[in-house]
Design a protein around this ligand. Structure first.
Ligand SMILES: [Zn+2]
Length: 100
């Protein structure tokens, strides 16, 4: 999985993002609990342990792939309630049951 970096705009957005990242297998040192919600930057890493930061220069220098946080949240949120039992994914947006 490619490593990503996220700019966090507010605590509520941080919570939404973390819940999605937990479902995708990421965690804070093995804990899938909301944490660091006031921190402005969240990073994913190859070992699947999340890290956070508050240094804007580090954020911009970091070569991880920058994600639009709002867009990422929307792309990983299914509101359709049309799960196909045989494919285990949403008929409309294609997200798998593990991602939503
Ligand atoms: Zn859907």
């Amino acid at each position: 999985m490619k490593n990503m970096k996220f700019l966090i705009n507010n605590p509520e957005q941080s919570k939404q993002l973390q819940q999605i990242l937990f479902k995708l297998g990421h965690s804070w040192m093995n804990k899938k609990e909301l944490n660091y919600i006031i921190q402005p930057y969240i990073y994913t890493n190859s070992d699947l342990y999340l890290t956070y930061g508050n240094d804007i220069d580090y954020f911009h220098r970091n070569p991880k792939i920058s994600q639009n946080t709002n867009q990422f949240i929307l792309q990983h949120s299914c509101l359709h309630n049309t799960i196909n039992a045989s494919t285990q994914s949403c008929n409309q947006c294609g997200l798998s049951i593990d991602e939503i």
